[in-house]
Write a protein that binds this ligand. Structure first.
Ligand SMILES: Nc1ncnc2c1ncn2[C@@H]1O[C@H](COP(=O)(O)OP(=O)(O)OP(=O)(O)O)[C@@H](O)[C@H]1O
Ligand SMILES: [Mg+2]
Length: 597
């Protein structure tokens, strides 16, 4: 296709056109104006921020704050490109602690709308008002003295019909604005936020003292009840927040809120580390949801990588990945233990009351009674311990502290075990729970290089096609590493000669067939580590007690005990649920006993 014809002479664009082009990058829709204005209010130290919107922001956006105000002498400058009070030199660009730093937002907003500012500082004797149209100042006048700043943005894109045409419906634009206000509110719990739409109050979050309280205001009890607390620390970096309990994970991805130094951002590294941290605990097609606060030395991130400041880049990306993954796993092991010891997590809501407001509180206090739970992937600690950046939590004590009382009651439908564990009622899927127990043991043997192969008394030949034989041959050595001894038996069969020690009877043929199905994908996708995990999960599955087999009480008790000792993990390595539990508090609630005797 021929390029569009244009005149041959190169011309420098008039300043006003340049401004409008630049504005387009920062201001894509009304919500972007709200974001910039609210961030300015936060930078100005405001404790109360009110956002009033008309017609999804098309007609009017008004942000009123009680921050430090702008001096009259600075007011015009604030609307000039690259004029900022937040950055003085090139070096400071690497240690930004304010939300803004480019001196771009106000000129960008003003370039595409009618703006009126009313402001006063604490030192002023009278307030100041400035109006601009299309970025051109019109008049500066006196105004009533109210410390703080009110900025009104009317008729956005009045001079950019093309952009205006691309605005979505009023409800859609307003929903973007609500999201912006909620994100800002989550990042700044101490600040009172209000949002109205066409005069109707939509959001009213009075300031609270901790993240927990703000998350409750924004996402409500239902979210808190489904999440667990996550907290970790390494040199120059902390992570805190709430993340969904794997049992409550759904196909939805909201919320996935990440704040890096209180800046709402998207970040692939952190998301990936989260998913990794959940590992096999997350059923297929389900996603982690979370509200997480990562606070990091400002000189270790670059916040200047996205026009609307929606992304950050980490200097030590791998270390951050490991840190997040490890913190997530740590969180799970804590919860599993707490539940069985009847510490009453479910009664108070799964999350602790105020995780970020108590920086002094040490996580290890909660984990005193916790055994480390083997994770579902090879020890990331092996690699992370070589990382000088990573100091993280001290290793959890391995000492077995409390033996939990287990009362086995029996079996339902020859498939589900019923038992009292600590102060909880447990209904356990015998197959998935056993599968999890076996997997954890196998995993430990493998990662600690203690895998022992037990030869089979009667090796079983398994018929395979030529293609399957070829595929299998590629991996014989690798399989031996994970405890499976196989050898070719003529041109079209494999002999299973040995399996990992300590397993019960195993269905060799179905094991090998399932392995072959997995292997088809091995060449393209997985790491050695992931392959080992999938082989061991399959071995565990093939050797675990099947549903439908009746079990005697001592056997039931043993399985429940093993499962408890392995950390009561809530899913099997394939992501299926292992158990359903009701705490004493939940039972009481169920029967209306709360507050009664
Ligand atoms: N609500 C406010 N209260 C006090 N000062 C403000 C307010 N809004 C803007 N300012 C002043 O105006 C300046 C320009 O604001 P603007 O948002 O354009 O740039 P910035 O915040 O410095 O950087 P960025 O473009 O990254 O947002 C700020 O540096 C600040 O000094
Ligand atoms: Mg700004």
């Amino acid at each position: 296709m021929p390029a569009a014809r244009c005149s041959a002479t190169i011309q420098v664009l008039p300043g006003e056109v340049v401004s409008r082009i630049a504005a387009g990058e920062v201001i894509e829709r009304p919500a972007a104006v709200v974001k910039e204005l609210v961030e300015n209010s936060l930078d100005a130290g405001s404790r109360h921020i009110a956002v009033d919107i008309k017609d999804g922001g098309r007609a009017l956006i008004r942000v009123t704050d009680d921050g430090e105000g702008i001096r009259r002498a600075d007011l015009l400058l604030a609307f000039e490109r690259h004029a900022t009070s937040k950055l003085r030199s090139d070096e400071e660009l690497t240690s930004i602690t304010t939300m803004g730093f480019r001196g771009e937002a106000l000129p960008s907003v003003a370039a595409v709308s009618h703006v009126r500012v009313v402001t006063a500082t604490r030192e002023d004797a009278v307030g100041t008002q400035l109006s601009l149209t299309g970025g051109v100042p019109e008049a500066i006048t006196d105004a009533p003295l109210v410390t703080g700043t009110r900025i009104e943005v009317a008729e956005i894109f009045y001079n950019q019909p093309a952009r205006k045409k691309f605005l979505k419906s009023v409800p859609t634009e307003f929903s973007h604005i609500t999201a912006v206000v909620q994100q800002a509110a989550l990042a700044w719990p101490y600040v009172h936020f209000r949002l109205t739409h066409n005069g109707q109050e939509i959001v009213n979050y009075p300031g609270v003292t901790a993240d927990h309280g703000r998350i409750l205001q924004v996402y409500q009890r239902a979210f808190l009840d489904r999440t667990i607390e996550c907290r970790g620390r390494m040199a120059g970096c902390t992570l805190s927040g709430l993340m969904v309990d794997p049992l409550h994970a759904r196909a939805t991805r909201t919320p996935q809120d990440l704040f890096v130094n209180r800046r709402p951002v998207r970040n692939a590294t952190v998301l990936h580390a989260m998913v990794d941290g959940y590992g096999a605990l997350l059923p297929k097609g389900h996603h982690p949801t979370y509200v997480l606060f990562l606070d990091i030395d400002p000189d270790r991130i670059d916040v200047n990588v996205h026009p609307a400041k929606r992304e950050v880049r980490f200097a030590e990306q791998d270390a951050i990945h490991r840190f997040v993954r490890q913190t997530v796993r740590h969180a799970f092991s804590g919860v599993e233990r707490k539940l069985v010891l009847g510490i009453g997590l479910t009664d108070t809501g799964a999350a602790s009351e105020s995780f970020r407001s108590e920086p002094g509180r040490d996580l290890s206090a909660d984990t005193l009674h916790r055994e480390p739970v083997p994770v579902t992937e090879p020890c990331s600690s092996v690699s992370s311990s070589t990382q000088p950046l990573f100091v993280s939590e001290p290793a959890a004590p391995y000492a077995k502290t409390q033996e939990v009382a287990i009362v086995p009651f029996g079996q339902v439908l020859d498939t589900y075990l019923v038992a009292q564990v600590g102060r909880e009622l447990h209904v356990i899927d015998q197959h998935t729970a056993h599968e999890r127990v076996l997997f954890q043991r196998l995993w430990r043997m493998w990662t600690q290089r203690e895998m022992v192969i037990q030869p089979l008394l009667i090796p079983e030949p398994i018929e395979l096609t030529a293609a399957q034989m070829t595929l299998m041959r590629n991996y014989l050595a690798e399989l031996e590493h994970v405890g499976l001894l196989l050898e070719a038996f003529g041109p079209s069969a494999m002999l299973l000669r040995g399996v990992p020690a300590g397993l019960g009877p195993i269905d060799g043929a179905s094991l090998v067939r399932e392995l072959i199905e997995d292997m088809v994908q091995w060449a393209t996708t997985s790491s050695l580590e992931a392959r080992g995990q999938s082989v061991l999960a399959t071995v565990a599955c093939k050797s675990a007690v099947q549903a439908g087999r009746s079990m005697a009480l001592p056997e039931i008790e043993q399985l429940v005990r093993d499962w408890v000792n392995e950390g009561l993990m809530t899913t099997c390595p394939h992501g299926r649920r292992t158990a359903f539990r009701l705490s004493s508090g939940e039972l009481d609630k169920l029967f209306g006993r709360t507050g009664w005797s």
